[in-house]
Write a new protein. Structure first.
Length: 96
C-alpha cells in the first residue's frame, strides 16, 4: 500500500529588516509531511511548551520541516551524528 502524506503550501513574506528598511522578498513552496501539522500546532500549544503562541508555532513548524527532511534523507552523512540526539529529544518532547 502506498504511503500518503499531507501536502502543505508555505508562503514566507519578508515584512521589515533589522536595519529598518521594508522587506520585499517572498518565498513560496509546497511540501509534504506525514503528520497533520495543524494537530501538532494544537498539541504543542495545549501542552504549554512555550508561553507565547507564536513561539509554539515557530518551534513546531521548524521542527516538523527539519525532521521530515531527516526522514527523507536517512542515509545522508550530515545527519549521522545528530540522529541519536534527535531521537532522544523527540522522546522527551512527546513525554511532556
Amino acid at each position: 500500500m502506498e504511503k500518503r502524506n499531507n501536502i502543505y503550501h508555505l508562503e514566507l513574506k519578508e515584512l521589515s529588516l533589522k536595519d529598518g528598511s521594508e522587506g520585499n522578498k517572498t518565498l513560496e513552496f509546497n511540501f509534504e509531511n506525514h503528520d497533520d501539522l495543524f494537530h501538532i500546532f494544537e498539541v504543542i500549544k495545549s501542552k504549554k511548551v512555550f508561553e507565547d503562541e507564536n513561539t509554539s508555532h515557530e518551534f513546531a513548524l521548524g521542527l516538523k520541516l527539519f525532521t521530515e527532511v531527516m526522514l527523507k534523507s536517512k542515509k545522508h552523512p550530515l545527519f549521522a551524528e545528530f540522529r541519536p540526539a534527535m531521537v532522544e529529544f523527540m522522546k522527551k518532547l512527546k513525554s511532556i
